[in-house]
Design a protein. Sequence first.
Length: 223
Amino acid sequence: MKFFLDTANLDEIREAASLGVLDGVTTNPSLMAKEDGDDYPAVLKEICDIVGGPVSAEVVADDSDEMIRQGRTFARLSEHIVVKIPMTPEGMKAVKTLSADDIKTNVTLCFSANQGLVAAKAGATYISPFIGRLDDAGMDGMQVVADLVDIYERYAFTTQVLAASIRHPMHVVEAARLGADVSTMPYKIFQQLFKHPLTDIGIELFNRDWAKVMERRKANVRR
Ligand code: G3P
C-alpha cells in the first residue's frame, strides 16, 4: 500500500518525506486555505520537488472545458502532477479528455461504488472514496473501498483505489486489509502509524538495562 500525505503544508511534507516511506501527496482547496500562501502552482511545484511522486492538484470549476484548461496548466508544472477532479458528469468528461492526453487524474468526492465504477470507465488513474465523511454521516465508508477493490479486480480496471478522508490509523489498516492501493492521511495520522506505547516502554527498558551493562563494564575495567 502506498502512503500519501493529505496536506498542503510544506514542513509536514518535508518531515514525512525524510522518513523514507512517503509515496505522494494529495491537496485540495480546503487544505490550501489552511496555509498562509495563495500561490497554489508554486506550492504544488515545491511539493513535487520534495516528494518526487504523485501530487494531486484539484481543479475548481463547474464545466469540463475549464476543468481541462486548469488540469493541463497543472500538468505542465511537473511530471508528478495528478489532476484532481470532482465526481460529476462534467468532471468525468474532463477525466476522459485528460486521460486521452496521458494526464493522470484523481476523481475526488466519491461516496458510492456506482460513482467509482463510472470514474473507472472514464479512465481515472485514482478514485478517492471519502471514508471519514461517510462514517460521519452514519454510513459505512469502508464498504465503498471494499466494493471498489472487488469491482475493479473483477473487470480488470487499472484505476487505483485511494482511501481518503481518513480519520484514524485503523482506517489505514482496514483499507490495507481490503486491498486499497493508497491511503492518503493527515500528518497527525501518518505520525500515529509509527507509534505504540509498548515500543516506547520497551526502548526505555532496553536503555536502562544497557546502562547497567555499561556500569558493570566500567567497574570491571577499574578492577
Ligand atoms: O483527500 C480528501 C480529504 O482531504 C478529505 O478529508 O477530513 O476533509 O473529510 P476530510
